[in-house]
Structure formats: C-alpha cells, structure tokens
Write a protein that binds this ligand. Structure first.
Ligand SMILES: Cc1ncc(COP(=O)(O)O)c(C=O)c1O
Length: 470
C-alpha cells in the first residue's frame, strides 16, 4: 500500500449559499484542513514534554514515552488555498479550464518537461500513458514487486502481463540487474517506480531499454522534485507519471500528471483522458477516432496544487536536511540500515524514510513488536508493502475469460515458475517506513526518532521476555 491519509469524508453544503467564511468554516468543521505547526512551536512542544522523560522502561511496558508531541500535521494549508478555492467557486468554471492549464504549465516548468497533462489521479496518469503508447493484450510490462498496487493495476487494465523483476534490498528500488532476464520478445515496456521518492537506477534501465528496444515509462508518483544526475525524475522515460493523492508531497486530495517531451504522445494522452476528444473538438463535435475515458482534473484540484506548489521547495529542503540527520543518527544503531541511494540520485523526495530492521541485533524482537514499541514511544512507523507478486489479485485477474483468451496455459505456467522475488520477500520482512510529514518539523524530531530506536534496542531483551510471557 501507499501511505494514505485517512479519508476524512465530506459534508455536503446542501443548497446553502456559499460565502467565503461559511465555506472555510464548513471545511474546518469537517476536519479537512490541517495546520502546519511552525518548527519553533513544534520544538517547544517537544522540549516541554521531553523534560524528565529519562525513564529507560519502554513506553509499551508503562514507561515514559520519548515524546508525546505530535509530528507536523498534514495537509498544510492557509489563506492561499482558501482564497484559491473560493475564486474557483465564484468563477463558475469548475471543470477543466484555466486553472488546470496554468498548473500544467507551472509543473512542466518546474520539472523541465516539454509537456504536462493533469489527470484525475496517479492511477489514471499511468493508465492514460500506457493506453496512449498502445500497450495492450499480449504485451508484457516489467514492473517492480515493491510498489503500490496501482502500478500493477494499470498494466492489468490494459490486459497486459505484469512481469516482476526483483528488488535491490539496499535501495528498495527495482533491481536493474534483473531486467534483462525478464525481457522476452513480447516485452513492450519497463515501468520502474521511484519508490519512496528516491530514484531507481535510471542509467542502467534506460540503457537496457535503448539496447533492447523497450520503452521506459517512469512511475514517479512518489517522487516530486526528485532528481537523477541533476534532472527531475519523470523526465527521462517516454513519459513520467505523478500522483497528488492526499499523502503525497504535492497534494490536492486526488490528482495526477503525465510529463513527456513527445508532442504526439501528449496529444494522444489528452484525447484518451478526455473520452477520445482532442483539444480541437468543440462542444458539438461528436466524432471519435480512438477509445478513451474521462480522467480529467478539476479546477478545484488545480487551484489547490498551484497554491501547494508555493511551499514545495521549502518543504523539500526541510525533508532533505532532516533525512540527512536521521540517516546519520540511525546509521550508528547496529541493526538499522537506512535505504541507500544510487550515486545518480542527486535529490531524494523522501516521500518515505525507509530503513531495514535486523531483529537479531534487537535480541530477536520481531519487527511488528519493534514498530509497536516505537509507536508507544510517540514515533509512528509502519512495515510497508507485502510481496505484491504473491497477492491474490493477480491470479484473480488471470482467471478472467479475457486474460485466459489472451495468454496460453504454457505462458502462464512459465510466468508462475519465474515469479519469484526472494530479495523482495526479504525486504518486505525487514522494512520500516516513516512518512514524509515526520520530516517536516524541527531537527529535534529526528533526535527523538533515533532516541526511541536506541531506547528500544537497550530494552529489547526485556521486551522479548515480556512478549514471551503473554
Ligand atoms: C508508486 C505509486 N504508483 C501509483 C500510485 C497511484 O496514484 P493515485 O493514488 O493518485 O491514483 C501511487 C499512489 O499511491 C503510488 O504510490
């Protein structure tokens, strides 16, 4: 799964007249607006609560937690977002229009891409790209098993066959050294994911793509502003896909975008995401040349994105500095191995801060117990993805008549025989994630995370004994 902000639901405004204050009040009452605490305020809260938190007893066994102050809230919004949304309401144009076009230009300029097309979400960015590239029944697409399921669903939607290449446990990215053995004469696409906001090994992936005549599309849904050799990820492949879903570093609740330098491809993408109607189709032109769907972004989301983009660089710098400090601190704890970046990754978006946990250095304390103990110390963490290549949704898709008519029994037998990703299995049992919002506060927050990890390590034997007694 991807990190997702809980769905807070929505309250209908009914037919009340929408005044600016009423609108904002209703949203606030629905709990939809989080306010980012200033780093200073967050620091003060932590310091106050840390005074006297010297107990060595793990909080999960009744000791004093390392911290009780919350980490930075998310989403962060202020009058920028409020005014932008009110302007859209009052404009009377709520569907794709000037706001979406302005966001597309701004995101293209920010990333250095020639074209940007906004879409309803990251999944539809992937689906639109694959459809526009003609990926379809009988085609094979190489994918990582360590990703959010949408990467694979987009392939299955095309009735193409996802073929998993194992993971590099050190970086958490698709292992580019495994790609060649996954390529067959049916392979049409390599779909690497820049997982957690770090970058997959683009040098190797692009070289293999070029040499074997296989197109590369980047799933950069978690990697806003991430860079490979000084250039934004998402601009290297034939297309790059982004998500602006609520948990993402750039957030409009839902939303997505495609980047490409290809003039013809962006028009195909436009038509597909607009129910096969091109930019030239006027209101009463109901002729269609291709298939498509309605996968458009609204003016509200685009207005939010433009407002959110004003903070994007500053937030990225905060994550960067905090992640560097956290790596320094956690790197000193035996049994904790922060995800390594490839040398070509010159900027990590840190959508996730990821590390591996070696239970043997924590007296055998299982990962789940470690995460629970961390949570009790006031440090929320999670175990992350489970092996996607083993999940039942795949066999469910393959059992459908459509798939069965496309792929022979022999092909599927071979797929099953080759569908082993031992490195990924291992990673899924060792990974621990901390979400991007925890990297937005003061540096002291990183000290707290490391202190909690060290405290659990020091009391690991006691925790193991306690678990055994239960
Ligand atoms: C790697 C990856 N790909 C695709 C998606 C799909 O994006 P969305 O949720 O906006 O449809 C996500 C979102 O979580 C993701 O993390």
């Amino acid at each position: 799964m991807s990190i997702r902000t809980p769905d807070r639901g929505s309250r209908p405004f009914g037919d009340r007249r929408v005044s600016r204050r009423g609108f904002i009040g209703a949203i606030a009452a629905a709990g939809a607006f989080g306010r980012g605490r200033s780093p200073e305020a967050a620091g003060r809260a932590t310091t106050q609560l840390r005074g006297g938190a010297a107990s060595n007893t793990p909080a999960v066994l009744g000791g004093t937690p390392v911290r009780t102050a919350p980490f930075s809230s998310w989403p962060i919004a202020d009058a920028h977002e409020e005014d932008a949304l009110v302007r859209v309401i009052r404009s009377g144009r709520w569907n794709r229009g000037d706001q979406v076009a302005a966001f597309e230009s701004a995101y293209a300029a920010l990333t250095g891409a020639r074209h940007c097309l906004a879409t309803a979400n990251g999944t539809s960015a992937l689906i639109t790209s694959l459809a526009a590239l003609g990926i379809g029944p009988g085609d094979e697409v190489i994918v990582p098993p360590y990703t959010f399921v949408a990467t694979i669903n987009a392939v299955l939607m095309m009735h193409a066959l996802p073929v998993f290449a194992d993971t590099d446990v050190e970086t958490f990215q698709i292992d580019a050294r495994q790609l060649e053995r996954a390529i067959t004469e049916r392979t049409k696409l390599i779909l690497p994911v820049h997982l957690g906001g770090s970058a997959a090994d683009l040098d190797t992936i692009l070289e293999i793509g070029r040499r074997r005549a296989v197109t590369v599309v980047e799933d950069a849904c978690q990697a806003h502003l991430a860079e490979w050799r000084g250039r934004k990820v998402g601009t290297y492949g034939k297309a790059g896909c982004f998500s602006f879903q609520a948990s993402k570093n750039l957030n409009s609740g839902e939303g997505g975008a495609i980047l490409t330098d290809d003039d013809a491809l962006i028009e195909s993408c436009y038509r597909f995401h607009n129910n096969s109607r091109g930019r030239q189709n006027t209101g009463d032109d109901f002729s269609y040349r291709n298939t498509g769907a309605n996968l458009r972004l609204t003016e509200f989301q685009a207005a939010l994105l433009t407002a959110q983009m004003s903070r994007l660089q500053e937030q990225a710098r905060a994550r960067d500095a905090n992640a560097a400090r956290l790596t320094e601190l956690l790197g000193q704890v035996p049994g904790i191995t922060p995800a390594r970046m490839y040398q070509g990754c010159t900027r990590n978006a840190y959508h996730l801060y990821m590390f591996r946990y070696d239970a043997s250095r924590f007296a055998g304390l299982p990962r789940a117990a470690f995460i629970k103990a961390l949570g009790a110390e006031g440090i929320p963490a999670q175990a992350g993805y489970s092996p996607l290549n083993q999940q039942p949704f795949l066999e469910d898709a393959f059992s459908k008549p459509g798939f069965r008519s496309i792929y022979s029994q022999a092909r599927m037998d071979k797929w099953r025989e080759q569908n082993h990703c031992p490195a990924n299995d291992r990673l899924c049992s060792e990974a621990v994630w901390i979400v991007q919002t925890m990297l937005l506060g003061p540096r002291q927050d990183m000290e707290d995370i490391a202190e909690a990890v060290r405290k659990i390590q020091a009391s690991a034997a006691q925790l193991v004994k306690n678990t055994a007694r239960k």
